[in-house]
Design a protein around this ligand. Structure first.
Ligand code: COA
Length: 259
């Protein structure tokens, strides 16, 4: 079974994280599959809406930390000009049709920040959102340094991004990150029903409405993804990040006293 499942039915392209044993953490190969699926959905006439989901216990633990370590070990000159993760982020940030998400359980790092690029978000009452980049000696991505303050207000965004502590579904509802909190076993079904509702509407009006909703901010979002990606790539190679990644793999607390 693939780690990313893609299935189109009734105008909805459903993309499912399917690596539950590793908490749906996302490898480079998975980012490439995600980017391919979303790019294809943009031009496929059979797709009118995309739905991104995990299962009732886990949305995603964010970037695979072993993958981070492997990337950090390579010289910067050997890195592709655009990593699969950045290609995925740019693709969803510029995606013309509606994107719906269903989030249950932990949504860590990009598991939370990708939601800034979704149009409707349904959360199980067990959803726990977090952006613990600083805890890994990293910096925000997915234009979250721009979009979190816009959505949450500066101080709540600073708390979420500087402390990196999880916040639960009700808090996410309050700051506007999710549309509705539902029982976890029902979240994927409710999100699918909402996606099908959208898919039954005239596509040209949906696409134009989304374009108008986003037109003020899209250039700034794409620019911020680029700026953050440079800082992120530098941070990933820092000694503090190496300590954080090793600590995670060795299941111990990191020691940042030297950094
Ligand atoms: N990368 C690689 N492997 C990961 C992972 C990640 N981001 N998140 C979880 N896993 C793996 C664990 O190493 C473990 O593997 P093992 O069974 O071979 O030991 C397995 O998934 C289960 O994870 P575990 O931590 O035991 O589950 P949990 O239910 O106690 O906690 C999380 C779930 C998501 C809260 C926790 O795994 C976590 O915090 N993960 C890291 C999140 C993170 O920092 N992501 C990067 C953000 S930028």
């Amino acid at each position: 079974m693939s780690d990313i499942l893609v299935h189109t039915e009734a105008g909805v392209c459903t993309i499912t994280f399917n690596r539950v044993d590793k908490k749906n953490s996302i490898t480079s190969a998975m980012y490439a599959a995600l980017a391919d699926a979303v790019e294809q959905a943009a031009t496929d006439n059979a797709v009118r809406t995309v739905l991104i989901q995990g299962d009732a216990t886990i949305f995603s633990a964010g970037n695979d930390i072993g993958d981070f370590m492997a990337q950090a070990a390579k010289p910067a000159s050997e890195m592709p000009t655009e990593s699969p993760a950045i290609r995925f982020l740019r693709t969803i940030a510029a995606f013309p049709k509606p994107i719906v998400a269903s989030v249950c359980g932990p949504a860590v790092g990009i598991g939370t920040t990708l939601l800034f690029h979704c149009d409707l978000v349904y959360a199980g009452d067990n959803a726990a959102f977090s952006m613990p980049f600083v805890n890994l000696a990293l910096v925000p991505e997915a234009a979250s340094s721009l979009l979190a303050p816009q959505m949450f207000g500066y101080h709540r965004a600073a708390e979420a991004l500087l402390l990196g502590e999880p916040f639960m579904a009700e808090a996410a509802l309050e700051v506007g990150l999710v549309n509705r909190v539902v029982p976890p076993t029902e979240a994927n079904g409710i999100a699918q029903a909402q996606a099908r509702k959208l898919a039954a509407k005239p596509l040209t009006a949906l696409v134009e409405t989304k374009r108008l909703l986003k037109m003020g901010q899209q250039p700034a979002v794409l620019e911020r993804i680029g700026v953050e990606s440079k800082s992120f790539s530098d941070a990933m190679r820092s000694p503090a990040a190496k300590e954080a990644f090793s600590a995670f793999m060795e299941k111990r607390k990191p020691d940042f006293s030297r950094f």
